[in-house]
Ligand binder design. Structure first.
Ligand code: MGD
Ligand code: MGD
Ligand code: SF4
Ligand code: MO
Length: 755
């Protein structure tokens, strides 16, 4: 392996690997002795992370060695999961799945793809094969409990759902962070290893950082200013900032940007009634503070407003994301150094393909759910509709579910409803490495190899990186004999769904898929290999099936690509193998208008779908101004959604799944620190341990998600010792941002009582 260096000790080697656990993508230096990992630390030479690592990074070893990690397939018999060999597991699926498809049709199969799908090269490249093979349109994913609104807004305004501008962290003079806590999360839709260090660098060079968050998060504590907004009202705050810029003559769209933007005046006019005074009650931020924030943004040499989970998982998630673009544009910060910029991904970019500066644009609604007629968005339906699509869709109800890298029973709204619905399925398959709250319902669990046994490249997260970098990691540890790689599992599952199992194997299907890609590319006038000989390209890609070969093709045909010899020093798999610490293709550069893929070739700042939603926002204003108790979430540095609570070194110490309550609320309700509170929402109730803290706005309580372990039939022994409670029992499956189908997970109306 190219990334190994022999040590004096013949048995010891060092491997370099990008951490796949969160979006930061830190480089790890991994020492392997006699086939076992003995040490993991930050890779000092990594071109992007420069040695940074968080406490989760070194636990890849613990994950690999976790005795509870599923290593061989599990089959449920008489309600109990038993280990079987791979042939037996495949035989059961091949027996049941095609028969159920024949009986009920392809649309009786539902698929849920979870978050680690976005961190697995296999899943990123082969979930597509699985979906094609199954042929169902009833797809769901963690996107609709996460970033979908940000992508929908980007789709309408800039032309593709991957056209998300990112804050140019390393050059900005003024950063406004809304609804994100990168000191805990390490950043999201803004790939930047050592996000905290980059924030500190802004302040060290004389810049300012403002955090808008109902909680005084760690990030807020480290910032120059904390604005304690009322949950769910960021759209109003942003609208009032835009209006302030207009009223005070501060609108200054960048010179090279202005000719490419449609509708600046129209947007300003449509927002005019959202004055700081009109929204101060609802937002809980005074008109003076709103004006000051707008002025500071306009006055900064460069600035960027950045929003994440606290802005997307709300009733106005898409409109909030759009208004972030509006404020960045009006203040002259779109597409400029230190502002909000477009990335130039080395592989797989949606804004680097096809004709430059123009495209098909973005639309939703190619199909609807059965029970509630909710529109398709980006080829999927709201995760919150999964349960009702099983139970309330009559003859068209889902009979089969396949989950890949997801734990929707803990991560999606109205968990108890979904938990019950999954029990009504005729068949369920999970591709997963744990027997958890979701996979306990599966008839067959197919375990992927551990993270250390797989190659890696962050095809998805590097789309949002604050520098254009590329880094490929080879597997650190080998597969066991006969153990399939994750891509083979996904591809074979797809072949079974397509009725081709036994006729075509995964490697052959992969070769055919690659050949199609190459043929399309040589025929595409915008491709760097246009007009070349397809066979010659295929020969150069070699005969080893799998994601590395496909990645090689993507790298070589990308914007920095080697293009199969045309640009010999460019990006290719060989080039990345020779550079185990990654390759840096430089800082973000202005990309307008070439990055656009809208039909008009303009920034559609006044897209009609977004403009129309302002009426809904206006109508909601009086309701938002009413005082009521609401629940928000939070993350902890040592936790990762629902699935890493089985790692002792991460979960030890004080209990983390606590309900944060402001002292004033505690007194009013009669709660004491360490006592128990009953939290009730429209759909459920949980009893949580109270932590009284002034690091939260009065009227707001906070409970982290991803807890509620220790259920019968699960096998996560460490997690079961500190089960916590599942906050998504409280999240309402009906409450969503209608533009994106994304659930309201922040700002859930609740009652809190003492028990
Ligand atoms: N350690 C760790 N890291 C992670 C994860 C993890 O679980 N643990 N998960 C990963 C994933 S999948 C994601 S998507 C990212 C998410 O990354 P972030 O978006 O940074 O997520 P959080 O840390 O939950 O921060 C969200 C913040 O929004 C605030 N908030 C809640 N409601 C509102 C509101 O209405 N308005 C505003 N302005 N703020 C609000 C919350 O108080 C919280 O501080 O993190 C990733 N990184
Ligand atoms: N209330 C509330 N709910 C939330 C959120 C919130 O802030 N508040 N955040 C939301 C967000 S941002 C997200 S992303 C979702 C996450 O929601 P999900 O993606 O549904 O859940 P995870 O907890 O990430 O579970 C990941 C699953 O994948 C498995 N797994 C881990 N690695 C791999 C792998 O490499 N391959 C395979 N095949 N399986 C793997 C794990 O064992 C686990 O079962 O939760 C959402 N839910
Ligand atoms: S910050 Fe994220 S990518 Fe970096 S070591 Fe921690 S979990 Fe891994
Ligand atoms: Mo997420």
């Amino acid at each position: 392996m190219a990334s190994e260096h022999d040590h004096d000790d013949q048995n010891t080697r060092t491997a370099f690997r990008t951490c796949p656990l969160c979006e930061a993508g830190c480089g790890l230096e991994i020492t392997v002795k006699g086939g076992a990992v003995t040490r993991i630390r930050g890779d000092m030479e990594d071109v992007f992370s420069h040695g940074f690592i968080c406490p989760k990074g070194s636990t890849l070893r613990h994950l690999h060695e976790d005795p509870d990690r599923v290593r061989r397939p599990l089959v449920k018999r008489n309600g109990v999961h038993e280990e079987v060999d791979w042939d037996e597991a495949w035989a059961i699926i091949a027996d049941r799945l095609p028969a159920l498809i024949a009986e009920h049709g392809r649309e009786s199969v539902g698929v849920y793809m979870g978050n680690p799908s976005a961190h697995s090269l296999s899943a990123l490249l082969y979930n597509r094969s699985l979906l094609q093979g199954l042929g169902t349109r009833r797809r769901f994913s963690a996107s609709t409990v996460d970033q979908m609104p940000r992508q929908v807004a980007a789709g309408y305004v800039f032309g593709t759902p991957l056209s998300v501008p990112v804050p140019d962290l390393d050059h900005t003079d003024f950063l406004v962070i809304m609804g994100a806590n990168p000191y805990a999360s390490n950043g999201s839709l803004c790939t930047a290893p050592d996000f905290p260090g980059r924030i500190e660098a802004i302040r060290a060079r004389g810049g300012k950082v403002v955090v808008v968050d109902p909680r005084r998060s760690r990030t807020a504590e480290e910032a120059d200013q904390w604005i304690a907004i009322r949950p769910g009202t960021d759209a109003l705050l942003l609208a009032a900032m835009a209006t302030t810029l207009a009223q005070e003559g501060l609108v200054a769209v960048g010179e090279h940007v202005a000719p490419h933007v449609h509708g600046v005046e129209e947007v300003v006019a449509a927002l005019a009634d959202f004055t700081p005074e009109a929204v101060e009650m609802a937002t809980g931020v005074t008109a003076g503070e709103i004006r000051a924030l707008a002025r500071r943004l306009a006055g900064a040499a460069s600035g960027s407003v950045y929003g994440r989970i606290g802005t997307t998982t709300t009733e106005f998630g898409t409109t909030t994301s759009w208004l972030i673009d509006v404020v960045n544009t009006l203040s002259g910060n779109l597409d400029r150094r230190g502002g909000a910029m477009f990335t130039m991904p080395v592989a797989g970019g949606a804004t680097t393909r096809g004709a430059a500066g123009v495209g098909k644009g973005f639309a939703v609604g190619r199909g609807h759910t059965v029970a509630r007629q909710l529109p398709e968005v980006m080829g999927e339906y709201p995760a919150a509709a999964m349960a009702e699509e099983i139970t309330d869709a009559g003859d068209e109800g889902l009979k089969v579910m396949i989950t890949v890298a997801g734990n929707p029973v803990l991560s999606t709204p109205n968990s108890l409803q979904l938990d019950a619905a999954l029990q009504q399925l005729e068949f369920m398959v999970s591709v997963d490495m744990y027997l958890n709250e979701t996979t306990r319902h599966a008839d067959v669990i197919l375990p992927p190899p551990s993270q250390l046994q797989r190659g890696h490249y962050d095809v998805a997260l590097l789309q949002f990186a604050v520098r254009n970098v590329a880094n490929y990691s080879e597997p650190v540890l080998p597969l066991e004999d006969g153990q399939p790689d994750e891509w083979e599992i996904l591809a074979r599952l797809g072949l079974i769904g397509a009725g081709l199992d036994g006729q075509v194997d995964a490697a052959t299907a992969d070769g055919a898929g690659l050949a199609t890609m190459v043929q399309r590319s040589v025929a595409d006038p915008t491709s760097p290999i246009h007009g070349r000989n397809a066979d010659e390209i295929l020969d150069a890609l070699g005969t080893e099936a799998g994601p590395a070969r496909m990645l090689d093709f993507m790298l070589q045909t990308g914007p920095f690509g080697a293009a199969f010899g045309a640009n010999p020093d460019g990006a290719s798999l060989a080039n990345l193998l020779a550079n185990p610490h990654g390759v840096d293709f430089g800082a973000l550069q202005p990309r307008l208008p070439e990055a656009l893929r809208t039909p008009s070739g303009k920034v559609e700042l006044n897209h009609p779908v977004l403009m129309a939603d302002l009426q809904r926002l206006r109508a909601a204003l009086p309701g938002l101004a009413e005082q009521q108790m609401v629940l928000v979430g939070r993350r902890h540095l040592r936790s990762n959604n629902s699935w890493m609570h089985n790692i002792e070194v991460l979960v030890k110490g004080a209990a983390r799944c606590t309900l944060h309550v402001h002292p004033d609320d505690a007194v009013r309700i009669g709660l004491i620190d360490g006592g128990v509170a009953r939290v009730t929402s429209r759909v459920g109730e949980v009893d949580a341990t109270v932590e009284v803290t002034d690091a939260i706005r009065p009227g707001v309580v906070s409970l982290p998600h991803g807890w509620g372990h220790g259920q019968p039939g699960t096998r996560m022994r460490v997690a079961a010792e500190r089960p916590g409670v599942n906050s998504n029992i409280l999240a309402d499956h009906q409450a969503m941002d209608p533009l994106s189908g994304t659930s309201v997970l922040n700002g859930i109306p609740v009652r809190v009582a003492h028990v």
